[in-house]
Design a protein around this ligand. Structure first.
Ligand code: GDP
Ligand code: IMO
Ligand code: MG
Length: 426
């Protein structure tokens, strides 16, 4: 009955999609537990690329039951588009289930996210503008509409009428925008979308528990990452949910005693999209090389990701926040051509040395990273499939990371393909 969590340990895009797909071979169920279509999870299988936003990354296997948990915010238009695209590529999506308790992203969430960002100007958060924050805000304010409301037109209309009045006031009076029409929204959500979403709606909590009680392996797929977490990330430059492993429990409806493995996933360097502090950020030609070689542009948004060296200080905090049992390091191959690679082992600020992030964020904004420099391997790793295939310098780099993190590295990615990884013995 073990449940495994895959959690991002940096600022997102660590390769959670690829790892989930890889682990799904030995699973029966894969559950997305938070976030929405702000996520972009890429799978590369036999040369074909799938960029998933809402659908769990186990979807490609016929034996997997993919589940969108109660902690996710669902834009039904996006979900159906994604399902249609997968079907067009020959993927059977008929087993996909969505929690009736998941909240809906509504047209005003989308619009308010964009308007709020525009209003913030140079202070913007750099959100994905997909309505994620406003949808979670309504969930907390207890005025959200849920997936199950699509199944009851009367309730849907009653709730929408109340909330839309307020949203239209905000749109008109704060942003000088035209109001949204109740009937337009009902026509789209109740007439067009609901009939197709209805067969997917399920008691996902019941399903997960039945699976666990039957001894099935369940994988909980995180979106975003530890330092985009609403509570533990670099607030306010965060997302509006809890990507940390604890969020897997609330977002899927299971207690913590079911969590058996918590796999933290990190790139061999770091990237971040959007605004916010980033101690090891590289704004020089080395950073440009990481972006070029690593194709560091948003999976769905196309935005350039900010690059930096591996940060063991943040990683040690991720170990604590998630109770990581092991780590997967991805994109080691991106460092193949570098003659030297650096790892941040501590920070310094105001004459003080930090091995974990300073609790006061103003200090985090000012820290100077202290680096250890290691020799590069200057060898193409893309064909390596075992530890013995890796050059000594690459093995030493991974060994150094493991020592700095304090948790074993079990898997190393050497390319985007499903088979491009090396497993380290336990
Ligand atoms: P996610 O959001 O955590 O699922 O990550 P993304 O899919 O947004 O970004 C990771 C990118 O790196 C994708 O384009 C993957 O195909 C790619 N990728 C994953 N693992 C590796 C790896 O080990 N090496 C290389 N070169 N690319 C990888
Ligand atoms: P995956 O799952 C990287 C970032 C946005 C922004 C902040 C808030 O692919 O790793 P939001 O739209 O969530 O309110 O934006 O969070 N962000 C991500 N960055 N990967 C993601 O997802 C992200 N999802 C949100 O860029 O800085
Ligand atoms: Mg991504």
């Amino acid at each position: 009955m073990p449940a495994t969590v895959v959690v991002g340990t940096q600022w997102g895009d660590e390769g959670k999609g690829k790892l989930t797909d890889l682990l799904a071979r030995e699973m029966e169920m894969v559950i997305r537990y938070q976030g929405g279509h702000n996520a972009g999870h890429t799978l590369v299988v036999d040369g074909e690329t799938f960029a998933l936003q809402l659908v769990p990354s186990g979807i490609l296997y016929p034996h997997i039951t993919p589940v969108i948990g109660n902690g996710v915010v669902v834009d039904p238009t996006v979900l159906l588009k994604e399902v249609d695209a997968l079907e067009a590529s020959g993927v059977n999506t008929s087993k996909l289930k969505v929690s009736g308790n998941a909240h809906l992203i509504m047209p005003y969430h989308h619009e308010l996210d964009q308007l709020a960002e525009r209003r913030l100007g140079k202070n913007k958060l750099g959100t994905t503008k997909r309505g994620i924050g406003p949808a979670y805000a309504d969930k907390s304010s207890r005025v959200g509409l849920r997936v199950q409301d699509l199944l009851d037109a009367k309730i849907f209309r009653q709730k929408l009428e109340v909330v839309l009045k307020e949203k239209n006031q905000i749109l008109a009076k704060v942003y000088n925008r035209l109001p949204l029409d109740m009937e337009d929204i009902c026509a789209r959500y109740l007439d067009d979308l609901a009939p197709r979403i209805a067969p997917m709606v399920a008691d996902t909590v019941g399903m997960v528990h039945e699976a666990l009680e039957n001894g099935s392996n369940v994988l909980l797929e995180g979106a975003q990452a530890t330092f985009l977490d609403l509570d533990h990330g670099t607030y306010p430059f965060v997302t509006s949910s809890n990507p940390v492993a604890g969020g897997a429990c609330t977002g899927a409806g299971i207690g913590p005693r079911y969590l058996d493995r918590v796999i933290g996933i990190a790139k061999a360097y770091v990237t971040r999209v959007g605004s916010g502090p980033f101690p090891t950020e590289l704004t020089d030609e080395i950073g440009d090389a990481l972006v070029d070689i690593g194709h560091e542009y948003g999976t769905n948004s196309g935005r350039r990701r900010r690059p930096g060296w591996f940060d063991a200080v943040m990683m040690r905090q991720a170990v604590r926040l998630n109770s990581l049992s092991e780590v997967a390091i991805t994109k080691l191959d991106v460092l193949d051509t570098f003659d030297k690679v650096k790892v941040c082992v501590a920070y310094e600020a105001n004459g003080e040395r930090f091995t974990h992030p300073p609790y006061h964020q103003s200090v985090l904004h000012q820290v100077t990273p202290i680096y250890e420099e290691l020799p590069g391997w200057q060898t193409d790793l893309s064909e390596c499939r075992s530890v013995d295939d890796l050059p000594v310098a690459a093995r030493e780099y991974i060994g150094f990371l493991a020592e700095q993190i304090g948790v074993p590295v079990r898997l190393v990615g050497v390319g985007p393909g499903r088979d491009q990884f090396v497993t380290f013995a336990s």
